[in-house]
Design a binder for this molecule. Structure first.
Ligand code: NAD
Ligand code: GDD
Length: 325
């Protein structure tokens, strides 16, 4: 039986990845600062631990592992990473998790390690035109990410690749593009646009108004979590190290996305654009490389994924209301 360690297993993507590995027959240990708040990711063993501590990193590897998936990071949506207030925490926590976990894995003789980078590492100068952003893998340099979160991701990508070059551990690096789905953060300040807009529509009356940050003409693409996990597993099984985009190529403006979610709700909703943290003007995945190297690319429509996500957030919001009564 193959053994996998999932770092960040108490989080959104980590929880889904644990489920996937279990369904493939792996023995899985999860590690995180917290348990998954929605009960997602039933690992065989779960350690509550802080991966900024090198002793914790060493100890969680006890028993030996074939594969490590390093997803632990201090992260959030635009309201968390673009305000500037969390920059020191993001860089300190995430860089230490990567430095110590990678080192411990290499020392422990782990054969393969996965690292979740982000589209936030791409240069801002290629993402100024909302209709025509460029995020092909080779466009990463000269580096100019628009957030400290993106700079940390770029540093860590390079860190992992040095360990592969100098120390012989096989490394896999993916650049995720805005992943969404059930069991994702949907309130509290770290939520990304898909969950935030679903929540706002759910909370609005029929005929009501929701607030959307920026002029709403900024563009993004969003990838459903099951396809993200599929991409991670395919990359792990391939002979390609990356870095490679794991994202959707279905680009949409934020106002059009809000209209799509309003339509799914069946409510008549007016959009009010207000100032707020925005990030780059445009972003879209470029899937030429993943298609070439893995013979696969995500294909599910945004509407299909966001319909399932809207349903799940509705259920969470209803549960909260029921608990208050
Ligand atoms: P998440 O916040 O739900 O999960 C990250 C987990 O890491 C959290 O549960 C958190 O408690 C844990 N963690 C943070 N610091 C830790 C520490 N010191 N020790 C142990 N655990 C710690 O985020 P997610 O959406 O599941 O993202 C997973 C990974 O993918 C992250 O590295 C993130 O940067 C990357 N990523 C995500 C997206 C996205 O859209 N969700 C996009 C690009 C990259
Ligand atoms: N979060 C959020 N909440 N965003 C909103 C809202 C809202 O209520 N209203 C409008 N937006 C706009 C933001 O201003 C931004 O321009 C756009 O929606 C997308 O915001 P997010 O989904 O929060 O983040 P992002 O796409 O800029 O960055 C995310 O994706 C990266 C990978 O592509 C983040 O989650 C990063 O952590 C991640 O690495």
């Amino acid at each position: 039986m193959k053994r996998a360690l999932v770092c960040g297993a108490g989080g959104f993507i980590g929880g889904h990845l644990v489920n996937r590995l279990k369904s493939e027959g792996y023995w899985v240990r999860g590690v995180d600062l917290k348990y998954n708040e929605y009960g997602n990711g039933n690992a065989d063993d779960f350690v509550i631990g802080d991966l900024t501590d090198p002793v914790v990193c060493k100890n969680v590897l006890e028993g030996g592992f074939d594969e490590v998936y390093q997803l632990a990071a201090d992260m959030g949506g635009a309201g968390y990473i673009f305000t500037g207030e969390n920059d020191a925490a993001v860089m300190h926590n995430s860089a230490l998790c990567n430095l110590h976990m990678l080192h411990a894995a290499q020392q422990a003789g782990v054969k393969k390690i996965f690292y979740s980078s982000s589209a936030c590492m791409y240069p801002e100068y290629n993402q100024l035109d909302p209709e025509n952003p460029k995020c092909s893998e080779e466009s990463a340099y000269p580096a100019a990410p628009d957030s400290e979160y993106g700079w940390e991701k770029l540093f860590s990508e390079r860190l992992y690749l040095t360990y592969q070059r100098n120390l012989g551990i096989t490394v896999k690096v993916a650049r995720f593009h805005n992943i969404f789905g059930p069991q994702g953060t949907w309130k509290g300040g770290k939520e990304k646009a898909p969950a935030a807009i679903c929540r706002k529509v759910i909370e609005a009356e029929d005929g009501g108004t929701i607030e959307i940050w920026g002029d709403g003409k900024q563009t993004r693409s969003f990838l459903y979590v099951d396809e993200c996990v599929e991409g991670v597993r395919r990359l792990m099984e391939s002979d390609f190290s990356g870095p490679v985009n794991i994202g959707s190529e279905e680009m949409i403006s934020i106002n059009d996305f809000a209209k799509m979610i309003a339509e799914i709700s069946g409510k008549k909703i007016t959009i009010k654009n207000i100032p707020g943290p925005q990030g780059v003007r445009g972003r879209n995945s470029d899937n030429a490389l993943i298609q070439e190297k893995l013979g696969w690319a995500p294909s599910q429509s945004l509407r299909e994924g966001i319909t399932k996500t809207y349903q799940w957030i509705s259920e969470q919001a209803n549960k909260e209301v029921a608990e208050l009564v």
